[in-house]
Design a protein around this ligand. Structure first.
Ligand code: SAM
Length: 444
């Protein structure tokens, strides 16, 4: 069935998530992909519900006065990786912070404090890790990023938000990588200007001898790419060159910067903003528990600690720090660092599946002073429920990549007696609608 087009929709503001928001003639809210506040647009409606509809811009008939020249070719061709190449950075921040804050107020029904906002130092070349998708379309092999809300590949030769070394790597290895067939290709910075490439072949794809030989040959001649790992759906691995990454690339402030760690683990995608984020969390703990009359150093429990990105800077202030994390590889890497450092005897890490309510109850059952958590997108409702009970903790620092889920958990905590002292947005992903949010809560 042909989709209907509605004409002359005025985009009034930005909705949380990055779509423009306007109204249909019948009064329903219309979320418009690629619509910017101030635009008047014709919209192709793609989804209709009782109280709202969704659509995409078919034509901008009157552009918003905030529109600027786009500086990314892939964005102009429909790449779904970014949303804000059409406006200046200050405007992007104003709109997306406002949208996230309004969504948080609506969901939490709390009187939230004015947010503190930390902009990114640069909107270019900040991403230390990028995943390219390589797919066949007819006889062609395409490589790039997915279009918004679709699996269509938008070709990408250079990405303006990817680290420059990653752009050089794709230029250097574009040819031989085409030989591996359908795959997801992760490239991440490895330190000293080098890049590691992790190729995950799609089910059924097999790497040929020719492709392996060509990749090895290029690796010997190459400048940027240090190592390549190739994995197929039988779990078969090929490792070419050096595929380790320096700890200083993966963690904000590791105790041993030159230690080499495995590639492919979770890492915060913007190293500079990550350091600001980690320093902010550390300062919040120091402000509350530091100083001469502060008493014994606090006991800290950290959930979803990864390889210790927050843990190591926090350990400098702690009497004891225990980090829990689901990935055994991440726990192994963090524990290895502890073993190599005599000043870290008060720190330890454990593998724990924090989606299990019994596990959450157990890890929070001991007395401690501070809880730090940085869960995946869905947040941590079980942790919030557990923390409103009788507990010794006096500070919670909740780091979140999804403001809406954070708002839900803040509601539980604040109705349960915690006070939200400060709310901060860190722009980890300029040009996209995402924000990293930190909430600092206290209890007497
Ligand atoms: C947003 S990352 C934060 C990691 C770390 N704080 C950092 O800054 O690098 C979320 C972490 O939660 C871990 N994780 C995901 N699901 C989990 C689960 N069910 N139980 C425990 N950890 C989990 C992931 O492995 C990942 O390390």
């Amino acid at each position: 069935m042909a989709r209907r087009t509605v004409r002359g929709i005025e985009i009034e503001k930005l909705a949380h998530g990055g779509d423009g928001l306007g109204y249909l003639p019948d009064g329903r809210v219309l979320f418009v992909k690629d619509g910017l506040p101030g635009d008047i647009v014709d919209v192709e409606v793609v989804k209709e519900k009782k109280s709202f509809a969704r659509g995409r811009v078919k034509e901008v008939t009157t552009p918003s006065k905030h529109r600027v020249a786009v500086q990314c070719e892939a964005f102009e061709n429909g790449c779904g990786g970014c949303q804000f190449w059409g406006v200046g950075y200050d405007q992007e921040m104003e709109w997306k912070v406002q949208a996230a804050w309004e969504a948080m107020k609506r969901i939490s029904k709390l009187d939230l404090p004015e947010p503190r906002v930390e902009k990114a130092p640069t909107i270019f070349h900040y991403r230390n890790r990028v995943i390219f998708h390589q797919r066949r379309e007819g006889d062609d092999l395409r490589r790039g990023f997915f279009a918004a809300r679709s699996r269509k590949i938008i070709d990408v030769q250079r990405c303006p938000v990817a680290d420059k070394a990653i752009n050089e790597a794709i230029e250097e290895f574009g040819g031989p990588l085409s030989m591996v067939g359908k795959a997801d290709i992760m490239m991440e910075t490895a330190g000293d200007g080098g890049v590691v490439v992790l190729v995950e072949l799609l089910p059924g794809e097999r790497i040929s001898h020719d492709a392996l030989n060509e990749l090895s040959r290029r690796l010997e001649q190459g400048v940027v790419v240090r190592g390549i790992e190739i994995l197929d759906d039988r779990g078969k691995y090929f490792i070419l060159g050096d595929t380790t990454v320096a700890a200083s690339e993966l963690l904000a402030r590791p105790p041993l910067e030159s230690m080499q760690m495995k590639a492919g683990r979770f890492r915060q995608a913007n190293s500079e903003v990550n350091r600001k984020l980690v320093d902010y969390v550390r300062d919040a703990v120091e402000e509350k528990f530091g100083g001469d009359d502060a008493g014994p150093a606090p006991r800290i429990v950290e959930l979803y600690c990864g390889s210790g990105n927050f843990s190591f800077p926090l350990a400098e202030l702690a009497g004891e720090l225990v980090g829990y994390e689901g990935s055994s590889a991440a726990v192994e890497a963090a524990s290895q660092m502890v073993e190599m450092d005599d000043e870290m005897t008060h720190v330890h890490f454990e593998v724990a599946d924090l989606s299990e309510i019994e596990v959450v109850s157990q890890v929070l059952s001991e007395p401690f002073d501070i809880l730090v958590l940085d869960p995946p997108r869905d947040g941590a409702p079980e942790v919030a429920e557990e923390m409103i009970g009788d507990h010794s903790a006096r500070q919670i620092i909740y780091v979140s990549c999804d403001a809406a889920c954070l708002a839900r958990d803040l509601k539980t905590l604040c109705l349960g007696g915690w006070k939200l002292e400060e709310l901060s947005f860190f722009d980890m992903f300029p040009r996209t609608a995402h924000l990293e949010t930190v909430a600092i809560l206290t209890r007497d």
